[in-house]
Design a protein around this ligand. Sequence first.
Ligand SMILES: [Zn+2]
Length: 366
Amino acid sequence: MKLDMAWFLKCIRSFIKCMFVYALAWTGSLRRAERHIRHAGGVVTLTFHRVLDDASYGATNSLPGIIIRERTFQQLVRYVVKNYEPVAFGQVSPGDPSRRLRMAFTFDDGWRDSFTTAFPIIAACKVPITLFICPGVLGKTTPFWPEQAMALLRTARPQRDKDCFSENIESLKRNSDDRERYLAELKKHTPKAATTSPVDMTLSWDEIVKMHEAGICFGSHTDTHQILTSIPTSVARTEMSHSKAILEQVLGTSCVTFAYPNGNSSPFSLRTAKELGFTRAVTTERGIWTSSCDPLTIPRMNVCESGVVGVTGRFWPPMFKYTVLWKAWRAYRTTTLNRRSKTIAHIKGPSSDHMSPVDTRDSLSN
Ligand SMILES: [Zn+2]
């Protein structure tokens, strides 16, 4: 009964969201957002993590926010190819207004399904993509703690829907001490729980080399996916430099793109990225990549199943536009307004002394 009520509320929320998106489409708001982005010379950078077939979709312990179904992804890629201009993240530069909206595809973490499921679709449609991978956790089953936590929670409370646990896991991302305690407690209560799933595997070097030979680009996502803002700076530097060195050694090309794990960056990690020779780095902040962005904090738009399907559960273009264009445009406007306020404060008074070197540079670049 509890599950039925949760399912019912989920359906109601989904229906209201679809009505809102329908209203945005009907009033031309989605079309206007697209036009504004093109006129600003912006690039919309998409973040994907996992593309799963139906069997894997049910078996995975990954959070719903990082998954898109294979059939949805296929429709999405075809839609982008038909209506926009897919661009290579490492080669495109924002700036001049474009006739067709430019979109860059990026994948984080280096999951095996990037090769088995996403790659054939990408290759068939000739869409350039960049994968950000962690050399230290390649070829492993369930290498990241959120999947392990999800496996434990599903064993401890089998009657509850997987979506219910997303909030628990999101809150654990903020504090590593709490996380260790919570996971240890869960393991004590569910000692027989399987904390690995063959579905949740990372890429092997063989698969990476095959994709690289087919023209796929690779960037660093640190060595073992450490959150750079919650570890000592010496360790953070090693995480960044080691992953870059290994990638360059195996692939024989320079690695100049970087993705901050969980999107968390700091003035130190920005400075280190620059010193190590990374020329472009991405966060998980929403927004549009324009010529006024710091190239080491490029915003991206996360794409998952619930962000691109309609009430029927199939790919719905207005929902896709709402998730990646409308939200990106709104975030861009908010950031631009904040920068203007900071610039005014900087000119007006001493409160600007509190700004970090990064903030100052951003303000002055406008
Ligand atoms: Zn990641």
